[in-house]
Write a protein that binds this ligand. Structure first.
Ligand SMILES: Cc1cc2nc3c(=O)[nH]c(=O)nc-3n(C[C@H](O)[C@H](O)[C@H](O)COP(=O)(O)OP(=O)(O)OC[C@H]3O[C@@H](n4cnc5c(N)ncnc54)[C@H](O)[C@@H]3O)c2cc1C
Length: 448
């Protein structure tokens, strides 16, 4: 098929205001945030869709899928493009469907929000506040991130210390999705087993059209920074708070020096004293209550503020946590990249000490305390001062040799990594996308 035919056929479905086909716009619109990995930056350079389309209704989306299947054209879903693994990159060209106009909040009560796939999480948080509710978990990219992009491309984030990850606690109550078939079926997935087949798999099984998130009661949060003489005291303090179930928490994040020096807005507020490790917290305690909780530790309160209620004004404490930490490091020094490390929860300080002894400041520790499968544990988003692929993959091997588990964010292949969940994903893809047209090129098992 010629590009002109593709263009005129898709224009007939959505109108010409909703398609992009200029080379420069296609190139930039096809990228996601894989530039966080120097390896992916090389591997995914130059991959581009043939056309970007922005459907305004789910009916238009069904038409686009029907057309793509009839003509055997790859189709790649796209939210805000903040995913870091390159798994939103259209490896085989075709149609990239940007969902930003599918952004209706369908139903919102104090218990749940049902939204269209492109709804930005910040919109849900704002609407939920009107009924005394808030999101349970969200990525630190919440001001821009789409709902379906989060459940398919993300894993957890702010709030995960209390509510766990996407697959925990019914955090995602239901998902509506489209199959990629000649006559697309509309799936309503409601059990954890059904939802599992679309969760955290980067849109390789079905096109998510609606998401139903469980909400939490709105809490009056406080944001804090505490400085400690060394990383291990900050970790011990964080661990104590993380395990205290009487404290409501959204964040409990620890950073080794010099990471706090990268957080320029916090540095300006004198929250990051030279040489000190930092603990960032979002919790419901008043300052005096928190200081009392941390009395056993030699920490100093350096920052306290309520969250900012409007986007685009000031900063939130979560702007420095999760993978935003890497973003601040990269702003200071482009050589920084990151690892997603998972530690032995009973032995993690020893693991960190061993790694420090071997790698020194090539690796800087960033820990997010979180809950997963009902267990509180430290999860790492460690910074790596990148030198070469050999250094990076040697480091990953070393971490695994001392019992850490690394979810490798430097591959776009889902099945080249421990994020791979096995055969049920392939089975769902076969069932719902028999021609392998949905976001192809990210599963080695199907490439070979
Ligand atoms: C600075 C920074 C901080 C981050 N912090 C976090 C964090 O705290 N927690 C976290 O989990 N992630 C985090 N991420 C990763 C990412 O921001 C989130 O996962 C985000 O929710 C992705 O949403 P998006 O709309 O940008 O998705 P996109 O990047 O557009 O898409 C992500 C994946 O989902 C697929 N997809 C999108 N829409 C659909 C759909 N409708 N149906 C099927 N598949 C679809 C895409 O094909 C792609 O594979 C961070 C990224 C950055 C750059």
């Amino acid at each position: 098929m010629t590009t002109n035919t593709l263009k005129s056929d898709i224009t007939a479905i959505v109108g010409d205001a909703n398609i992009t086909f200029e080379a420069a716009a296609l190139a930039s619109g096809s990228k996601d945030s894989f530039h966080f990995s120097p390896v992916l930056l090389e591997d995914l350079d130059g991959k581009s869709a043939d056309l970007i389309v922005r459907p305004e209704t789910q009916a238009q989306l069904v038409e686009i899928v029907r057309y793509a299947v009839a003509n055997r054209i790859p189709i790649t879903p796209r939210g805000a493009g903040t995913g870091n693994y390159g798994q939103g990159v259209p490896m085989q060209g075709g149609i990239l469907v940007n969902t930003k106009k599918l952004n209706r909040i369908i139903e919102l009560t104090s218990d749940y929000a049902r939204v269209e796939c492109g709804t930005v999480l910040w919109q849900i948080e704002k609407q939920a506040a009107q009924v005394g509710a808030e999101l349970r978990i969200f990525p630190s990219t919440m001001p821009t991130s789409s709902s379906a992009g989060f459940i398919t491309g993300g894993s957890g984030g702010v709030g995960s210390i209390t509510w766990g990850m996407l697959s925990d606690n019914n955090n995602v109550r239901a998902v509506k999705a489209l199959t990629i078939e000649a006559e697309p079926q509309v799936l309503e997935l409601t059990t954890p087993e059904e939802i599992r087949d679309v969760l955290h798999n980067c849109g390789v099984t079905a096109f998510v059209t609606e998401v139903e998130f469980a909400l939490a009661p709105k809490t009056q949060w406080h944001q804090y920074a505490f400085a400690f003489d060394d990383l291990y005291s900050a970790l011990a303090a964080g661990e104590k708070l993380a395990h205290n179930t009487h404290i409501l928490k959204r964040l409990c994040s620890v950073f080794e020096w010099p990471i706090p020096s990268f957080f320029l807005p916090l540095v300006k507020k004198e929250a990051c004293p030279e040489g000190k490790a930092l603990l960032l917290l979002m919790c419901n305690l008043e300052p005096s209550e928190l200081v009392a909780q941390l009395g056993d530790f030699d920490g100093r309160l350096t920052f306290h503020a309520p969250p900012v209620e409007e986007s685009g004004r000031g900063f939130q404490i979560y702007d420095f946590t999760w993978n935003h930490t890497t973003m601040w490091a990269m702003k200071t020094d482009k050589q920084y990249t990151y690892l997603q490390d998972s530690f032995d929860k009973d032995n993690y300080m020893e693991q960190l000490r061993a790694r420090k002894a071997k790698y020194g400041d090539q690796v800087l520790t960033h820990v997010e305390f979180l809950q997963s499968n009902g267990e509180i544990r430290p999860g790492g988003l460690s910074l790596v001062h990148y030198q070469s692929r050999e250094q990076l993959f040697g480091l990953i091997d070393y971490c695994e040799s001392i019992g850490m588990r690394i979810s490798n964010p430097h591959t776009h292949f889902l099945d080249a990594d421990i994020r791979w969940y096995g055969d049920y994903l392939l089975a769902a893809r076969k069932r719902w996308d028999p021609n392998s047209l949905l976001n192809p090129g990210h599963l080695r098992a199907l490439e070979e």
